[in-house]
Write a protein that binds this ligand. Structure first.
Ligand SMILES: Cc1cc2nc3c(=O)[nH]c(=O)nc-3n(C[C@H](O)[C@H](O)[C@H](O)COP(=O)(O)O)c2cc1C
Ligand code: SF4
Ligand code: SF4
Length: 412
């Protein structure tokens, strides 16, 4: 089996379960920890119980790897927090830590957007909570700055990078625990907030792709239109880009990025973009510890099969094709080979039905249908639009258009 340990953060694997209800209250934390993730990030103090994530169109689709969107479930909230005082909170952290498998880290989340709004004395609040977490045996504290909370705070009209710097420094000075800083991608310059956290001494940063969203039901059925946090598999390329941008800009601090991870394949991509760890939010809430276990096992199996013996052999691997001049040249050559193959390809008349879809989508006047026959001219640039819309396969290139294999030796 591949070695999934993340040595920089002392974790048994890169997975961090980071969403309530899967991380709220001792019982839920123990249940999440039973999946043996690298860490469970305990929900912020003073947060109402209940709620949860809702996967659209369904959790089943997400589990099957189909595109899924995530938002907050419309379900009710239970009154009060699990812990009504800091003493109870401390006892809860200590209990969770004592009963969790020793190898699973317990991160304790601090702060939330309403701290800035409701508590003018938030510095004392965060310091007290951090000290409580440390006394109770937490392995790390996590500062929680991601959306949608952050995007709502004071209508975004405040200096978020400045607040991140101040809060990170404050907590670093208050405790000796590692300080993990979870950050938004929405409504900010992601690089700027990452740099703010890094310069303030964050031990790890967690850029997180999640947006404020309004879901509108076309029939406006009661209860079907609602606001919430929004991620889903479609945000994965955005968070991958955010990670890669940070790495290419020289940020070396360990990362626990998140947003859009619903399968081991998603997890692998995020790690290959350069994040050492990753958050599991909706998948943990909506599909439970078994899905988390399957994700960990799936990544392990795939790493084994593809010869990735440890996390160092996987983390940041996709960056090579972005920064290595030889790889960039190779990629450009692949593109050129594909374009050349498309330029040369002629419609296969045995398969053509003269439907005209190819001509309809050609913006370069390179294809027209004359006497029920598609006719291609020299002006073809090889863009490939016509190949994509041809319903019969009459337009095709060797290798089916797969970039690395197509048209080897056909370069003009
Ligand atoms: C229902 C729900 C509850 C969440 N609760 C927390 C939380 O308590 N603390 C936190 O840092 N993030 C929380 N998040 C955010 C997730 O950790 C994660 O950053 C975000 O949902 C994007 O990842 P995903 O696509 O895997 O859900 C929550 C997300 C959801 C859906
Ligand atoms: S889209 Fe395909 S089938 Fe239709 S006219 Fe063009 S080549 Fe023929
Ligand atoms: S490859 Fe592009 S330019 Fe060439 S015929 Fe097809 S659509 Fe037109």
């Amino acid at each position: 089996m591949a070695d999934l340990r993340v040595e920089k953060l002392g974790m048994i694997n890169p997975f961090v379960i980071a969403a309530s209800p899967a991380t709220h209250g001792v019982n839920a934390i123990l249940k999440s920890a039973s999946a043996r993730p690298g860490a469970v990030a305990m929900r912020n103090f003073r947060h109402p119980r209940g709620g949860g994530s809702l996967l659209l169109p369904s959790a089943k689709d997400a589990a099957a790897g189909k595109p899924a969107a995530q938002t907050h479930a419309p379900g009710g909230r239970l009154p009060g927090d699990w812990f009504s005082s800091l003493d109870e909170y401390e006892a809860g952290i200590a209990q969770a830590r004592a009963r969790m498998p020793a190898e699973v880290k317990l991160w304790v989340s601090l702060g939330a957007f309403w701290e800035t709004v409701q508590f003018p004395d938030w510095e004392k609040d965060w310091t007290d909570q951090a000290r409580v977490a440390e006394r109770a045996g937490a392995d790390a504290v996590e500062l929680h700055f991601n959306t949608p909370g952050i995007a709502w705070a004071r209508n975004r009209m405040f200096n978020l990078p400045g607040w991140i710097t101040a809060a990170t420094r404050l907590v670093k000075a208050a405790v000796r625990l590692p300080v993990m800083v979870k950050l938004p991608v929405e409504a900010v310059d992601p690089l700027q907030v990452m740099e703010a956290a890094v310069h303030a001494g964050a031990d790890a940063i967690g850029p997180t792709a999640r947006w404020c969203a309004l879901h509108i039901d076309l029939d406006l059925k009661p209860g079907a239109t609602f606001m919430g946090g929004y991620s889903g598999t479609q945000v994965l390329p955005i968070i991958c880009q955010t990670i890669a941008h940070a790495r290419l800009s020289g940020i070396q601090t360990p990362m626990f990025a998140g947003g859009g991870v619903y399968s081991w394949q998603d997890a692998a991509k995020l790690l290959m973009a350069g994040s050492e760890c990753l958050q599991l939010g909706s998948i943990a809430c909506s599909l439970g510890p078994r899905a988390v276990r399957r994700t960990i096992e799936g990544l392990n199996r795939w790493m084994d099969e593809t010869g990735h013996s440890d996390m160092n052999s996987l983390c940041g691997k996709a960056l090579e094709s972005l920064r290595d001049p030889a790889k960039i040249a190779e990629k450009n050559e692949c593109h050129e080979r594909l374009a050349a193959a498309r330029r040369q390809a002629q419609p296969d008349m045995a398969k053509c039905t003269a439907c005209g879809k190819c001509a309809d989508v050609c913006w370069f006047d390179a294809l027209s249908v004359q006497d029920r026959k598609p006719v291609k001219t020299e002006t073809c640039i090889g863009c490939g639009y016509c190949f994509d819309v041809c319903p019969t396969g009459a337009l095709s290139v060797p290798g089916g258009g797969s970039l690395p294999v197509v048209g080897r030796g056909t370069k003009e």
